[in-house]
Design a protein around this ligand. Structure first.
Ligand code: AMP
Length: 182
């Protein structure tokens, strides 16, 4: 049976890389809210222009808007999926729980990828995305610590949290995740 999984962790921990790697090899839907928002930006719609400004400031996009995007995409899939970059705060986690309840798609596991902050910053600077300059990276890390990090305890309390050491090579990490998602 395919599962419903979530990848949690600071920017630069390798969530997107692992989520796309595993979703391809296991035929899962990969849902990255950052990626979906960047696609909206590409369309250069009024909404896209607003989103671009927020992303490039390092702040979070409005909860309601991101929820709408997540809902639309989850409805496309009855099979397994990997959510990456959502939820980012407790309110989003509560909304997600409601949506998944309605869709009858329980969240089975949350993989928490982490590594040392200085390595994160170096990795992000090297990645070179539009929102990857040092000042914006610091903002994103601060927001992560303040609003996203409490989700670790949230999912730990639900007994579905798995810790993954992100300071290893790609294949070792994905093997570890695959073993733990079985
Ligand atoms: P990411 O690709 O996950 O690093 O996301 C890039 C940017 O998209 C973030 O810095 C936020 O501005 C925005 N974003 C992505 N996911 C969310 C979310 N769940 N809630 C609010 N904003 C988000």
């Amino acid at each position: 049976m395919k599962k419903h999984l979530l990848f949690l962790g600071p920017p630069g921990a390798g969530k997107g890389t692992q989520a796309s790697f595993i979703s391809e090899s296991n035929d899962y839907l990969h849902l990255s809210t950052g990626e979906l928002l960047r696609q909206e930006v590409e369309k250069k719609t009024t909404l896209g222009i607003q989103i671009k400004e927020i992303i490039n400031s390092g702040k979070l996009v409005d909860d309601e808007l991101v929820l709408e995007i997540v809902k639309q995409n989850l409805a496309l899939s009855k099979e397994g999926w990997i959510l990456d970059g959502y939820p980012r705060n407790i309110s989003q986690a509560d909304s997600l729980a409601k949506v998944l309840d309605e869709l009858n798609q329980p969240l089975e596991k949350v993989f928490y990828l982490n590594l040392n902050e200085e390595i994160l910053v170096k990795r992000l600077i090297n990645r070179g995305r539009a929102d990857d300059n040092e000042k914006i990276i610091r903002t994103r890390l601060d927001i992560y610590k303040e609003t996203t990090q409490p989700l670790i305890a949230y999912y730990k309390n639900l007994n579905i949290l798995e810790y993954i050491d992100g300071d290893r090579d790609l294949k070792t990490i994905s093997d570890d995740i695959k073993q733990k998602m079985a």
